[in-house]
Design a protein around this ligand. Structure first.
Ligand SMILES: *Cc1c(COP(=O)(O)O)cnc(C)c1O
Length: 462
């Protein structure tokens, strides 16, 4: 064995090769040495013949490059789901990006009151804006809506009953399941009613001295249809008030604009919810609102104060970068026209079909020759979804390129090839056809998109 090993190039010689020198300059001496050792070890195990100095050097360099390449990368979202949780939900308005980058670069008065010269509250920068936009008395903000719910239940319902309709015991995805959140918050879940029907008397029977909260949940990602009944927030609030039981409404995807006036499916606005009289309304910052990940809690001042005093609040607070972005986003909403033009989520959701068609046509001209004879592609109508649990059963008419394999070309291989592009293109496969929904590709990105698909390689049918 030693005779074979002896002929292996030394670490030193590889370090002095062109790739070794480049690797050490880019990634540092010790990282390069470690990687060369890893490469040599793997060559010893797998290689039949002795590798050259150059070969090991190049391998080490390319592995180091792979390791240091950005892992969170931009993608083209042509899935048709505008707010895709797996793709980071909302893209921010330029105003929000600018504010956030300033806060990233420089010290800011996040918890410093410039008028008094004393310590300030970070929430003070945005609480008044939230109140103005929702009509609520007070407001606070935490990491996300899941955190808002956790903190609210922990503050108001620890070791007490939290009453929820069986029709609203939702799972949002992954580990966000209402019964488990309740348990983590220390609240005792009391289920009332049935999956399809819950009545006022069901709640009334459950309410008593042990009740900490009554929770109403917007069933945001599914719909129960048919023989159903639920109790309105208004009615619940009239039942809770005389008993002094706080009514909490978890809205999920909260909007500040009436989406039905934009030709979109109707979802209650936050203001509408507040007007129904619950004590607190909780909603997300990065769903239809189109801002950063955040959870807003708006409602009665006394309860918001209590929530702010919970030590858990500190663990769930929002950082200066997101605070800056939230402030800028909320300010856009003070002028609805501005919000519609500048907030990408709203712009994409309300994008006219003709505009989407134009983009799809332009792309088709470039895509067709790329795909060659192996695929047929054509413009087709499709349906976009809002995503992130807003208006789950409603869709918005949109325009796509449908790519169908001919002969034995594989749509699965095409999907993978698109996913492996420098800037990955993510569509969806439906009935053996790849669908690229162009709702989320705006005019100014066409150039980048065409460039990206320029390097697309598809296996042609033999
Ligand atoms: C999305 C959603 C949540 C969770 O919100 P995040 O901001 O994702 O944490 C909670 N409740 C409802 C009803 C939702 O729709």
């Amino acid at each position: 064995m030693s005779s074979n090993f002896a002929r292996f190039p030394s670490v030193d010689r590889i370090l002095r090769s062109a790739s070794g020198v480049e690797a050490a300059a880019k990634f540092g001496h010790s990282a390069t040495v470690s990687m060369i050792r890893i490469c040599l070890a793997s060559e010893r195990v797998s290689s039949e013949s002795t590798p050259t100095v150059e070969k090991v050097g190049e391998l080490a360099l390319s592995l180091l490059k792979d390791r240091m390449a950005p892992r969170i990368r931009p993608v083209f979202n042509l899935t048709g789901t505008v707010l895709h949780t797996n793709l980071g939900r909302a893209s921010l308005a330029e105003e929000a990006i600018e504010s956030a980058t300033t806060a990233m670069r420089r010290p800011v008065n996040i918890e410093y009151n410039l008028n008094s010269g004393r310590r300030g509250e970070r929430d003070d920068h945005i609480a008044d804006l939230l109140c103005e936009l929702t009509g609520a008395e007070a407001a606070t903000v935490v990491n996300n809506n899941a955190a808002a719910l956790l903190l609210t239940l922990n503050t108001l319902s620890q070791s007490k009953d939290a009453i929820v309709s069986r029709g609203e015991l939702i799972e949002i995805g992954g580990s966000f399941r209402l019964p488990e959140i309740m348990q983590s918050a220390g609240a005792r879940l009391v289920e009332v009613g049935t999956t399809n029907r819950t009545h006022a008397r069901d709640y009334e029977r459950a309410m008593g001295a042990e009740t900490g909260t009554l929770l109403k949940v917007h069933t945001s990602n599914f719909k129960v249809q048919g023989f159903t009944a639920e109790v309105s927030t208004k009615k619940l609030s009239s039942m809770c008030r005389p008993l002094g039981v706080p009514l909490v409404f978890d809205l999920g995807s909260g909007s500040f604009v009436d989406m039905s006036t934009l030709g979109l499916p109707h979802e209650p606005t936050v203001r509408e919810c507040v007007n129904e009289g619950p004590d607190l309304v909780l909603f997300s910052g990065d769903k239809v609102l189109g801002g950063v990940q955040a959870g807003f809690i708006v409602g009665r001042k006394k309860l918001v104060e209590k929530i702010n005093q919970n030590p858990m609040k500190r663990a769930l607070r929002v950082d200066k970068i997101r605070f800056a972005a939230i402030e800028a986003t909320l300010k856009l909403y003070l002028n609805q026209e501005l919000a519609l033009r500048h907030i990408p989520t709203l712009r994409l959701l309300t994008r006219p079909r003709e505009k989407i068609t134009e983009v799809a046509r332009m792309v088709l001209a470039h895509l067709k020759p790329k795909l060659g004879a192996a695929f047929s592609c054509k413009i087709t109508e499709c349906e976009s979804e809002i995503g992130s649990g807003a208006a789950p059963t409603a869709t918005i008419p949109s325009v796509a390129i449908a790519i169908r394999p001919k002969g034995d070309a594989s749509v699965v291989a095409l999907e993978e090839a698109m996913r492996r592009l420098q800037v990955p293109v993510l569509g969806r496969i439906s009935h053996g056809t790849m669908i690229l929904d162009f709702r989320c590709l705006e005019e100014e990105s066409i150039g980048d998109f065409v460039k990206s698909i320029g390097s697309l390689k598809t296996r042609q049918s033999p």
